[in-house]
Design a protein around this ligand. Structure first.
Ligand code: 5RP
Length: 223
């Protein structure tokens, strides 16, 4: 295990200490979230889970966790998920793993949403990473044209479909000075079904740097 992976596991292990018996827990997607799923299974709590991807559901079930169908769930107690970049205000970019739409729905349904990450994900500006946009395949060319107003370069993921059957277009080179306006513009494009900007969903973050875990809480962090 390299240092970065060790930090991912440390952040994940710290975050799952917030989980108690009888909670309904949202499982994220990606390598950091996988550490949280394993750490949760290790704790052998009396919990149920919902998953943000088929991959995470499969992993959780293989480790003995009960996974419910999120389609039958309106609220969950806590969600724990990774991020591609996160700033001190707990604004984040997610979706390198392509699960950002389900991740956002589950995050929004959660009473408390926690991001877990290694220190490389800390960002003072979010615009340095690609912003993934999930798009209805039918609308591909039209949406590409609209997205060109917001990104310097657009790259469609080759031979890729999300768990929802949609394509993902990664937007590179974007203005991160007006995040709410950008998020509003993206969701207003017919054919865009989701994007990786998380601006209000995240309540806390556990970030591990070289073996030391820092917890950030919304509204209580230095700018
Ligand atoms: C998947 C995600 C992941 O949480 C994000 O990409 C971080 O992944 P990792 O923990 O593997 O670095 O948003 O859609």
């Amino acid at each position: 295990m390299n240092d970065r992976d060790a930090d991912k596991r440390l952040a994940a292990t710290a975050a799952v200490q917030e989980v108690c018996d009888d909670m309904l827990v949202g499982l994220g997607t990606g390598s950091t979230a996988a550490h949280a799923i394993a750490a949760l299974a290790d704790r052998r709590l009396r919990i149920e889970t919902v998953a943000t991807s088929v991959a995470s559901a499969t992993m959780a079930e293989s480790l003995g966790l009960a996974v419910r169908d999120f389609a039958e769930v309106a609220r969950i107690d806590i969600a724990i998920d990774g991020a591609d970049a996160i700033d001190a205000r707990l604004h984040a970019v997610k979706g390198a793993g392509g699960a950002m739409l389900r991740e956002k729905v589950v995050a929004d349904a959660a009473t408390r949403m926690i991001v877990i990450a290694d220190g490389s994900k800390r960002a003072t500006r979010l615009g340095g990473v690609a912003l993934p946009v999930e798009v209805l395949p039918f609308a591909r060319r039209y949406v590409m044209g609209q997205l060109a107003n917001h990104f310097v370069r657009l790259v469609e993921r080759p031979d890729y479909r999300t768990d929802n059957g949609n394509i993902v277009i990664d937007g590179h080179g974007w203005d991160d000075t007006a995040l709410i306006a950008l998020a509003d513009s993206l969701v207003a494009i017919p054919g865009v079904v989701g994007h990786g900007l998380f601006l209000r969903e995240i309540d806390a973050a556990y970030i591990a740097d070289n073996g030391i875990v820092t917890r950030l809480e919304r509204g209580r962090n230095p700018r």
